[in-house]
Ligand binder design. Sequence first.
Ligand code: 0O2
Length: 221
Amino acid sequence: MELPIFYDEAEEWSNALLLYNSALKEINTKLEILNNEFKLAHQYNPIEHITSRVKSPQSIAKKIRHKGKELTVENIVKYINDIAGVRIICSFTSDIYRIADLITKQSDIKVLKVKDYIMQPKQNGYASYHMIVSVPIFLSNTVIDTKVEIQIRTIAMDFWASLEHKIYYKFEGNAPERIRKELKECADIVNYLDQKMLSLNEEVHVCNHNEVAEYKEIMSE
Ligand code: 0O2
């Protein structure tokens, strides 16, 4: 990745990138294992899909400026939590908390910060569960805890967030009031939809259990 802003720190930045890319691999593998285990035990996939990325240089520069800090590798590593980012998309809200809990329980992962925008959505309607974690990266002669931001959300929340993100950039953060209002309404619909889908899923689950019990009873007669 190019970061033309600080040529004199190129080597330091390359080392940092090695760590962030390695941390993404570690987290992705952990999630894949959890998902496979879950599928095997419950014939059910809590994770729909996962994406990961290293933040773009432009986005890093913008964020560091926004935080009022000088653009140095030291400041980037210290003040920007989401240089390495993983996004987990789940079917149901209950899966979000299940995944977050499983991540938290991994003994080598340290949870540094949690922002629950599902329990407390942002004013614009944004909902998602954010965790800043650190994962140890084993190099040849040292171990370095490296930060990763994990965002966990439902398919519906992701649908809303991607459109909102596009609108935000189109209007450079100053979308007209009518559009902001309608986006908030969409967020309320997304929330309603997630709740409906969750209760429907729970109902189907109970149905399945009852049907199996009924079937067993008939078979034993
Ligand atoms: P991009 O392009 O996704 O990288 P912190 O410094 O950790 O205390 P931070 O990182 O400023 O706080 O804030 P926060 O709330 O944890 O949000 C970080 C990321 O969440 C954002 O990264 C977005 O990906 C997502 N996010 C937060 N709020 C919104 C929102 O209102 N709408 C949408 N669509 N996404 C949001 P970046 O760097 O903004 O962008």
